[in-house]
Design a protein. Structure first.
Length: 79
């Protein structure tokens, strides 16, 4: 890739390597979103638009103790 033109006019441009938000904060925000009702609302909206939505459900086969939850398409769950 070619190097950008330097000088005063271009200004400082970050390489985008490091985040300015801590990893603990990002993980906490993600955990809050995943457990909130907003996620289900967004999934249902995408399902209504015809997108391929995946839903996590409890595994109906109790013999598979290594797989407590499985991902299935929303069309099989919500019809």
């Amino acid at each position: 890739m070619a190097k950008k033109k330097g000088g005063k006019s271009s200004g400082y441009c970050s390489a985008g390597i490091n985040s300015n938000v801590s990893k603990k904060m990002r993980n906490a925000l993600r955990a809050d979103y995943l457990s909130s009702g907003d996620r289900l609302i967004n999934q249902y909206k995408a399902f209504k638009k015809g997108k391929n939505v995946m839903v996590t459900i409890a595994n109906p086969d109790r013999e598979q103790t290594n797989k407590r939850f499985i991902r299935v398409t929303a069309s099989t769950v919500w019809k």
